[in-house]
Design a protein around this ligand. Structure first.
Ligand code: GSH
Length: 210
């Protein structure tokens, strides 16, 4: 959504009802066999995985912004990919583990193991942004949109100590100043925070009933 805004695209958003399991139903799985959001439909072309979607959008619709958002310089691009693979394979995994344990496991707050995994991820982010102001370059790239979304939303589960991860904290603050983070990410985090707190409350009530 943030990339679409940056590129002045006006996609039609279809709200997939995750809480009702719409993403696991056959019509959605026809689009994405993994049964996850987001999925992009561009005419008769369908692609899932937010990182692949972002690369596609930049390649097709990036115009004069593509060079900054996904630089062609081989080494800079490798660093963008490094951060995107880290986000998909490690950082987001630490995030979604808490979500799944909340929805399916009935936890009432992130466990100690969750917090440890989140801290390990923030340690990596801190190392990445120690060398440069953004996660892969000296300016914002699609890797910041990807990992920045995870970092901002992760705060609902665990806010890392800025004294322990000062570079990461500075990077998140820098991202929070970006207009797309203000208009799209921040309200998303508020919505997500309310949802998680209501689920933890429900899980606690269910636990007390037993
Ligand atoms: N690496 C994937 C992760 C997609 C993902 O797990 N999305 C979550 C929502 S943020 C989802 O659809 N979860 C539903 C499920 O796994 O059942 C991406 O970046 O697109």
């Amino acid at each position: 959504m943030m990339l679409s805004e940056l590129l002045h695209l006006q996609p039609q958003y279809n709200d997939v009802k995750l809480l009702q399991g719409e993403h696991k139903a056959p019509p959605f799985k026809k689009l994405n066999p993994m049964g996850t959001v987001p999925v992009l439909q561009d005419g008769d072309f369908v692609v899932s995985e937010s990182h692949a979607i972002m690369k596609y959008l930049v390649a097709v619709y990036g115009g004069d912004k593509s060079e900054a958002l996904y630089p062609s310089d081989v080494r800079t691009r490798a660093l963008v990919d490094q951060a995107m693979f880290f986000n998909a394979g490690v950082f987001f995994k630490a995030f979604i583990a808490v979500g799944q344990a909340t929805f399916l496991g009935g936890i009432t707050e992130p466990t100690r193991q969750h917090v440890q995994d989140i801290e390990s991820s923030f340690e990596v982010v801190d190392a990445y942004v120690r060398a440069r102001p953004y996660i892969a370059a000296d300016h914002l790239t699609i890797a910041d949109l990807a990992a920045g979304s995870t970092a901002a939303t992760m705060h609902v589960f665990h806010k890392p100590d800025p004294d322990k991860f000062p570079h990461c904290a500075a990077w998140v603050s820098r991202l929070e100043e970006e207009p797309v983070f203000k208009t799209i990410m921040a309200p998303g985090v508020v919505y997500f925070s309310k949802l998680m707190h209501s689920l933890w409350k429900r899980n606690k009530e269910n636990m007390n009933k037993k």
